[in-house]
Design a protein around this ligand. Structure first.
Ligand code: NAD
Length: 242
């Protein structure tokens, strides 16, 4: 039997890579995306025969259209889509430029709308699909200097709940994973002062590991999560307890 297909955006490193590797061990054929050709090749190399890397800019509508067409022709309809790609452009609101706002909204939120819409027709035909969006604790708590990022990450939650209501009758679930502070390139740049302050707010007293997010995604992608939709799974070591 053919393996089920899972698409993971931003799979070149960090959380996306951990998710891609975990879904391979779960038995999926994984299509992982990177922003460059070399990144796509690196994904193909680490996935081996269990997947393939593709170049994709999730902030570009035409690129998404081509990607869905190309991967659809090559691998068929995805059973799972993980919208993981994301960026930060931090600045205080008083200083935030339109580009900093627009970049975050298009890369972190509009991409989720476009990617989810693009896979929907195929999923509706087979009456099965799992869409999992990687949000952030910041979408719930807010964070000074991240009005753009927090707005996008909170927007993903409302998007998932609304989409879940639209597509549930077709066997498609839509859920959100909201990581706390995870040890990746995104958080490596934080100063020691900020890191220490953060650690004080985390019940488990440490940053999370990318694999700990991947396990949550793996669960939501599995049959064990068949009756869960529109839900947000907070994986933050007790930093925020809704
Ligand atoms: P990272 O910077 O290591 O990885 C981000 C990935 O997104 C990279 O693979 C990058 O190539 C990809 N990407 C960026 N812009 C893209 C674009 N325009 N098109 C396609 N891909 C693009 O960050 P990470 O920490 O692994 O973060 C992964 C996700 O988890 C992001 O959505 C991030 O907001 C979220 N998150 C991270 C943390 C954390 O503490 N690290 C916390 C909460 C949420």
């Amino acid at each position: 039997m053919d393996k089920k297909l899972a698409i993971v955006t931003g799979a070149s490193r960090g959380i996306g890579r951990a998710i891609a590797e975990k879904l391979v061990t779960d038995g999926f054929f994984v299509v992982g995306t990177a922003t460059s050709d070399s990144g796509a090749e690196a994904i193909s190399a680490y996935l081996g025969e269990n997947g393939k890397g593709y170049k994709l800019n999730v902030a570009d509508a035409a690129d998404i259209e081509n990607f869905i067409k190309t991967t659809g022709d090559a691998h068929g309809t995805p059973a799972v889509l993980v919208n993981n790609a994301g960026i930060t452009r931090d600045n205080l609101l008083m200083r935030m430029k339109d580009e900093e706002w627009d970049d975050i909204i298009s890369t972190n939120l509009t991409s989720v709308f476009r990617m989810s819409k693009a896979v929907l027709r195929g999923m509706m035909k087979v009456r099965y699909g799992r869409i999992i969006n990687i949000s952030s604790v910041v979408g719930s708590t807010g964070n000074a200097g991240q009005t753009n990022y927090a707005a996008a990450k909170a927007g993903m939650v409302g998007f998932a709940k609304s989409m879940a209501k639209e597509v549930g009758s077709r066997g498609i679930t839509v859920n959100t994973v909201a990581p706390g502070f995870i040890d990746t390139d995104m958080t490596k740049e934080l100063s020691d002062d900020i890191k220490n302050a953060l650690l004080g707010s985390i019940a488990l007293g440490r940053l999370g590991r990318p694999e700990e997010i991947a396990h949550a995604v793996s669960f939501l992608a599995s049959e064990h999560a068949s009756y869960i939709t529109g839900e947000t799974l907070h994986v933050n070591g007790g930093m925020y307890m809704p």
